[in-house]
Write a new protein. Structure first.
Length: 467
């Protein structure tokens, strides 16, 4: 557990001395050391023609005093630089109040790992893999006019220490493949963006992943060229399993983050213990999904990751907590204190957010219940107003539903609604949960890697923005 101390050139007595300096300005002090090595290779115009390398290194020092946070960082980890950073953070906190932070629980098994370390990667072999990926896409359809593929990978060595004398070490891999394929048919073009991201080593780059990405890039391409914008209005919406989980992330997950609730900014701040959707619905934020992009052995405060039921059987049962909000509510932290890098203080953030499978049959069963509506299965992005709960999502691909059947393919529509009302209007949940392994990134003051998932769901009374 102490392996990374040597990496950052410090001893345990020195860590204690740095924290002791910081805590002069508050009641809690923690240190977050990071060494991240990032690489990428870009394929364009049939060849891998560029690549990147970046090294990020440093330490953040946080001091808490009541409701005040003092934060400073250093891109050097020599002892004196960190003493200076601790003094700066303590001066900002200003010893203005008291906060009681409890010790973290026992750690779970790691949800990620590397069989083949990225440090040993042969760049020529990785470039060859990208070229095979492009060839696989072109072999499946005669219409691609451009294929751009980016392979990126990073390994972060993390060391955390706090004023409870807790020392935590972690090594986090994260690798992603992102493909943009542009297809042309006559004067029309269609762009497909497909991706996969895992906390794994080089073993993830196999022929199976090539096949999966290539198949997804060309799936239902004829329907995409034929798709039109439908007439808009309020109607029932069937959301496909997988990427539709962005609904949970944007419309509900952010509103369940404890900082928004602690400050009275969330629409759910007074709903704890109350029913917010129909019985049988369970919504989870989980940091322990094996190899998942949003998985963490520990969060960025040294709290072990866990599986947290935010909604259990339709009732709101937990917010997502960092150490500050957990102390304020008098509950245990849920392992959701996350930060973009050592330059940022941690705040409550999601990891892998999903809804468990339901008992309302299959996707086809849900579609058959709809007289007039839309089925959507590919989202581009979304946004939400935390206080009001209003959300908008842009849909790349879907179909009209008429009398229980999929009919005309549709595209370029918006799904508009309100988080609490949308939850209450979920009338059916299929038994086909799928966690989407795309390159989801969440921006809330800072950017962090996340993932999402959902079974197929039927929601009444959403607004579809079309013609």
């Amino acid at each position: 557990m102490n392996n990374n101390i040597d990496l950052f050139g410090l001893s345990l007595p020195q860590l204690r001395a740095i924290v002791a300096e910081g805590i002069k300005g508050g009641d809690w002090c923690d240190l977050y050391f990071e060494q991240t090595v990032y690489n990428d290779l870009l394929l364009r115009d049939g060849a891998v023609a560029s690549g990147g390398f970046h090294l990020d290194y440093g330490c953040g020092v946080r001091v808490l005093s009541g409701e005040k946070t003092g934060y400073a960082y250093s891109e050097s980890t020599d002892f004196q630089s960190l003493i200076d950073a601790a003094r700066a953070a303590g001066a900002i906190a200003g010893k203005s109040g008291s906060v009681k932070i409890e010790a973290a629980p026992t750690a779970p098994p790691p949800p990620y790992g590397m069989q083949l370390h990225w440090d040993d990667a042969d760049k020529k072999q990785l470039a060859s893999w990208l070229e095979k990926l492009e060839a696989a896409i072109r072999s499946r359809d005669s219409r691609p006019c451009k294929v751009i593929a980016l392979l990126s990978w990073s390994v972060s060595n993390i060391l955390m220490y706090n004023s409870l004398d807790q020392l935590t070490s972690d090594t986090r891999p994260l690798a992603s493949v992102t493909v943009t394929a542009i297809f042309k048919q006559g004067d029309a073009t269609e762009q497909r963006n497909v991706s996969r991201s895992f906390r794994r080593g080089r073993e993830m780059l196999d022929d199976a992943l090539i096949g999966t990405l290539a198949d997804e890039a060309v799936k239902d391409l004829d329907d995409s060229f034929a798709a039109r914008r439908p007439k808009g209005g309020q109607m029932s919406v069937v959301m496909a399993a997988g990427a539709s989980g962005i609904l949970l992330h944007e419309a509900m997950g952010h509103a369940f983050e404890a900082d928004f609730n602690r400050k009275g900014q969330s629409i759910f701040c007074d709903r704890m213990g109350k029913r917010i959707c129909k019985e049988g619905i369970n919504i989870i934020d989980d940091g322990t999904v094996p190899f998942n992009r949003g998985a963490l052995l520990y969060d960025d405060e040294g709290t072990p990751s866990q599986k947290t039921y935010m909604v259990r059987n339709g009732v709101l049962t937990s917010y997502l907590h960092d150490r500050i909000s957990a102390a304020w509510y008098g509950v245990a932290p849920t392992g959701n204190g996350r930060r973009e890098s050592f330059r940022y203080n941690p705040i409550p953030r999601m990891r892998c957010t999903y809804m468990e499978s339901g008992a309302d049959g299959t996707l086809q069963d849900l579609i058959s219940e709809v007289k007039k509506g839309v089925y959507v299965d590919k989202f581009a992005n979304g946004e939400v107003k935390i206080g009001e709960g209003d959300f908008t999502f842009y849909v790349n691909r879907g179909y009209l539903i008429e009398n229980g059947r999929l009919t005309m393919p549709v595209k370029d529509i918006n799904i508009i609604g309100n988080g609490p009302r949308a939850l209450a209007d979920i009338v059916a949940v299929a038994g086909d949960l799928k966690i989407d392994d795309g390159t989801w990134t969440c921006g809330k003051e800072q950017s962090v890697a996340v993932s999402c998932g959902i079974p197929s769901v039927l929601i009444n009374n959403l607004t579809v923005g079309g013609e």
